[in-house]
Design a protein around this ligand. Structure first.
Ligand code: AMP
Ligand code: GLY
Length: 428
């Protein structure tokens, strides 16, 4: 079987690694891939956003299945295009991907379906957005409605900060057209959880819940990033809580998407806020999370490939369930200097061989065209996942090996999993 994998990050490396484990004879071609993925499959120089180029390749290359990692090609309608040509592809259509690409659409859908989420209003004028922020009062959350590469959300602790955020987004267009419309949203207090569900449009199969660490620095300080680390499982995501999230979040959302003529297939990522026993949606994404995927997939014993095929072919998930390794997983991201604002790349990387229980997923890496040396090529460079019987051991494995990966100016957090570690310390 021949797989076309679209993307070039740590998430895509983890997906390639897992799918190859599920089917050792799987032939993987990745566009454009990275230095790590090139050890599992062939990387071709077609950009993830070049959906026409990808289509031409899939037609020529007799691809059996296409797996789309990032949101940008989904937003450009890669799934619609492939399906028109009767090619098997995993992911949502452009209209269904709006659940991520238009925060206003997602909010209206949740409201109509009765899915619990923060109160919000949407605005196309700066004055009305500022009025709304004043009405909500600080703290208040200002969000660009469109896709802003994970940067379009400002949690403002004062009204001045909220007004500045509105001006930057709507006036200066700091996130381009994504900021033509903004949402002004109630601030939710609680603990965040990333819960992913693979779906055929009707049935949903949840993955293990994970917790992302979005801030750059230890103690959840510093600027927001794409994610500096993650761990799974999360003890607050009890079986009961996950069942409830399926009942009050996933099922009504999928039903509303079908009713809106936009059935959602692929992976639905619910960013949840847990406040006591309350579950509310912070955001939806239309794809696997990064770096949560690098923490979750190493614990997945049963086949991801079977679920992906069942969703992509329309055969349906039926009563599929996932078998999980009863271990703990912690992923530490090693990032380039200057990340997230202006990462510097091109530095040689020293990457020793990982010990047992540690897997290194490449994100922003490539090979120097002259020397073949491994070099940095993106903001998040590597994701180091440790798996162990306890969270503390997994965290130690991940952190200590991440420390051994060296390149000029590297950044990493040394406290991934801290909430859970504090919880278990309190419990004992
Ligand atoms: P998003 O891109 O929507 O995930 O937002 C990025 C981050 O901003 C989230 O992971 C939260 O940490 C924070 N955030 C977004 N919306 C809210 C909210 N309504 N209340 C509190 N924090 C929020
Ligand atoms: N880790 C957050 C995301 O993938 O959007």
């Amino acid at each position: 079987m021949k797989l076309l994998l679209v993307g070039s990050g740590g998430r895509e490396h983890a997906v390639a690694w897992k799918l190859r484990r599920d089917d050792p004879s799987l032939e993987i071609i990745c566009a454009p891939g990275n230095a790590g993925i090139s050890e599992i499959g062939e990387c071709i120089p077609v950009k993830a956003t070049d959906v026409r180029g990808l289509l031409a390749f899939a037609r020529r290359g007799e691809i059996d299945l296409t797996f789309v990692g990032p949101e940008a090609p989904l937003a450009s309608g890669i799934v619609d295009l492939f399906r028109e040509e009767r090619l098997t592809i995993f992911g949502p259509t452009r209209a269904a991907a709006e659940i991520e690409t238009s925060k206003r659409f997602a909010k209206e859908l949740m409201r109509s379906a009765g899915v619990p989420t923060a109160e919000a209003t949407s605005h196309i004028s700066m004055d009305s957005a500022k009025d709304a922020a004043r009405k909500v009062g600080a703290p208040v959350v200002v969000k660009a409605s469109g896709l802003a590469a994970g940067k379009g959300v400002i949690v403002a602790s004062s009204l001045e900060e909220a007004e500045r955020a509105i001006e930057i987004m709507m006036g200066d267009r700091a996130f381009g057209d994504a900021g033509a419309e903004v949402l002004v949203e109630e601030f939710l207090e609680g603990e965040e959880l990333s819960l992913f569900g693979i779906t055929d449009g009707e049935t949903v199969v949840p993955l293990l819940a994970a917790q992302d660490h979005k801030r750059l620095l230890d103690g959840d300080l510093g600027p927001n990033t794409g994610g500096m680390g993650a761990y799974a499982p999360v003890s607050i995501a009890t079986a009961d809580l996950v069942d409830r999230a399926i009942d009050i979040v996933f099922n009504p959302t999928l039903r509303a998407m079908r009713a809106a003529g936009r059935p959602f297939t692929g992976l639905l990522y619910a960013g949840l806020m847990i406040t006591g026993d309350k579950v509310r949606v912070v955001e939806f994404n239309c794809r696997f999370g990064d770096p949560e995927t690098q923490a979750i997939l190493p614990l997945m014993q049963s086949s991801l490939l079977d679920l992906v095929m069942a969703s992509a072919t329309g055969e349906g998930l039926g009563a599929a369930r996932i078998v999980w390794d009863p271990m703990h997983s912690v992923t530490t991201v090693v990032a380039a200097p200057g990340y997230p604002d202006s990462p510097q790349t091109g530095a040689p990387i020293r990457l020793p061989a990982p010990p047992a229980g540690v897997t290194v997923f490449h994100a922003g890496t490539s090979r120097d065209s002259d020397t073949g040396e491994l070099i940095t090529a993106g903001g998040r460079v590597l994701a180091v996942t440790g798996v162990a019987p306890s969270l503390a051991e997994a965290a130690e494995k991940s952190r200590s090996f991440a420390e051994k990966v060296t390149f000029e100016g590297r950044q990493l957090r040394r406290d991934i999993g801290w909430r859970e570690l504090e919880r278990s310390a309190r419990a004992s």
